[in-house]
Design a protein around this ligand. Structure first.
Ligand code: BDR
Ligand code: CA
Length: 315
C-alpha cells in the first residue's frame, strides 16, 4: 500500500479524486492538505471536509494551507464559473461537523514525510504553494519524499487559463518553479493527458440512479462541471478527469506513458506567464527534472475510475 497525501483545492474534480483515492485498496491516505485555487482556502477546506463527511471518511485529517501565492498577488480569480459559487457545483452540502486540524498544511507535509522517510507520495492537484512552503521551511524533505505526482501544466498542448498556461501552475508560478527545480522526483500529469479522460452524462446517470447520497452528490457536481465545459467547448461531450488521473497514475502507473524531460515554468513573461516549457529538442540539451505523461490509456483508466468509485463507495 502506498502512503499518500493529497493536496487539493476542492473543487469538483478534486472531489472526484477524493472519492477515487480514499477508498482505494492500493492507497493509504495519511491526510489532505488544502490551498486556494478553485475557491478561497477557507471554502476549499470546508469543501474537503464536506466531501469527507459524505464519503464517510472523517477520520482522515485535513490541514488547511496557503491562501495566496508565495510571492505575488493572485493572477486569477476563483473558478466559480467552472466549479460553482460553493466550489462544488452548487450542491450546497450541509456545513461539516469536523474541522481542520490545528496544523498548517506545510507543517503536516513535513511531519508526515519525516515520519515515513522515502515512503510518502504527494499527489498535488492544486497550486504547488503548500509543497513549496514545506521545502522552504525544511529543505531536507526533498530527499525524503518518495515522489510528487502533480496535476498541472500543459507541455505539448494549449493551456486552460491562458493560451499557454494551465490553472494549477498559473495560480502560483513561482511555487511551481521552486518545486520543479527542487530535485524531488516528479511525475507531471498535465492537460497533455487529462483532457483526453472524459466523464460523460451517461456515467453520471448511473451514479444518480443509484439513489445513494454519494451517487447523487457526485452526479450533481459532475454535471455542473460538464455544463461549464460545454459552454467553453460544446463538442467535448463531457468534463475532464484532471485530478482523478493524478490519483490513477499512483494506483497504476501503466495507465500512462511518461517521458523524462526538463521542464521549467515561465515566471516572468506577460502573455506566457505560468507556461510549462519542456525541452523537447532532439536530442534535449538539459537533463530531465521530471517524467512528463504524454500518453494515456483512456478506456482502461476511466473504467477503473468508475468501477472503483462505484464499488468502494457503495454507489
Ligand atoms: C486543474 O485546475 C483546477 O481547476 C482543477 O481542480 C484541476 O486541478 C485543471 O487545470
Ligand atoms: Ca484541483
Amino acid at each position: 500500500m502506498e502512503y499518500v497525501i493529497l493536496d487539493v483545492d476542492t473543487g469538483i474534480d478534486d472531489a472526484l479524486a477524493l472519492a477515487y483515492a480514499i477508498q482505494s485498496p492500493a492507497l493509504h491516505v495519511l491526510g489532505l492538505t488544502t490551498s486556494f485555487g478553485n475557491h478561497v482556502v477557507d471554502i476549499t477546506t470546508e469543501n474537503t471536509l464536506k466531501v469527507l463527511e459524505i464519503l464517510g471518511a472523517t477520520d482522515i485529517p485535513v490541514a488547511k494551507g496557503a491562501g495566496k501565492p508565495l510571492l505575488r498577488s493572485p493572477l486569477k480569480a476563483n473558478a466559480t464559473h467552472i466549479h460553482g459559487e460553493d466550489g462544488i457545483g452548487n450542491t450546497y452540502l450541509p456545513k461539516p461537523k469536523a474541522t481542520a486540524i490545528d496544523q498548517h498544511a506545510a507543517d503536516f507535509i513535513i511531519e508526515q514525510v519525516r515520519k515515513y522517510p522515502k515512503q510518502v507520495t504527494l499527489i498535488t492537484v492544486a497550486s504547488q504553494t503548500n509543497l513549496a512552503l514545506a521545502i522552504m521551511k525544511d529543505p531536507e524533505i526533498v530527499s525524503l519524499v518518495k515522489r510528487v505526482v502533480i496535476m498541472g501544466g500543459a507541455v505539448t498542448v494549449p493551456g486552460n487559463v491562458t493560451p499557454v498556461a494551465e490553472a494549477n501552475i498559473y495560480t502560483d508560478p513561482e511555487a511551481a518553479e521552486l518545486v520543479f527545480q527542487s530535485g524531488i522526483p516528479i511525475t507531471l500529469v498535465g492537460l497533455d493527458v487529462t483532457m483526453q479522460t472524459l466523464l460523460t452524462k451517461e456515467h453520471t446517470q448511473m451514479w444518480r440512479e443509484s439513489g445513494t447520497p454519494v451517487g447523487k452528490f457526485l452526479a450533481s457536481c459532475s454535471e455542473f462541471y460538464m455544463d461549464a465545459y460545454a459552454k467553453i467547448n460544446p463538442y467535448l461531450g463531457g468534463c475532464a478527469l484532471h485530478d482523478p488521473l493524478a490519483v490513477g497514475v499512483v494506483i497504476d502507473p501503466s495507465f500512462v506513458q511518461a517521458s523524462p524531460m526538463y521542464v521549467q515554468v515561465d515566471t516572468e513573461g506577460s502573455a506566457s506567464i505560468g507556461r510549462t516549457i519542456g525541452d523537447r529538442r532532439n536530442p534535449p540539451k538539459q537533463s530531465p527534472n521530471m517524467d512528463v505523461c504524454l500518453q494515456v490509456d483512456v478506456n482502461r483508466f476511466v473504467s477503473h475510475f468508475l468501477q472503483q468509485v462505484i464499488t468502494k463507495n457503495n454507489i
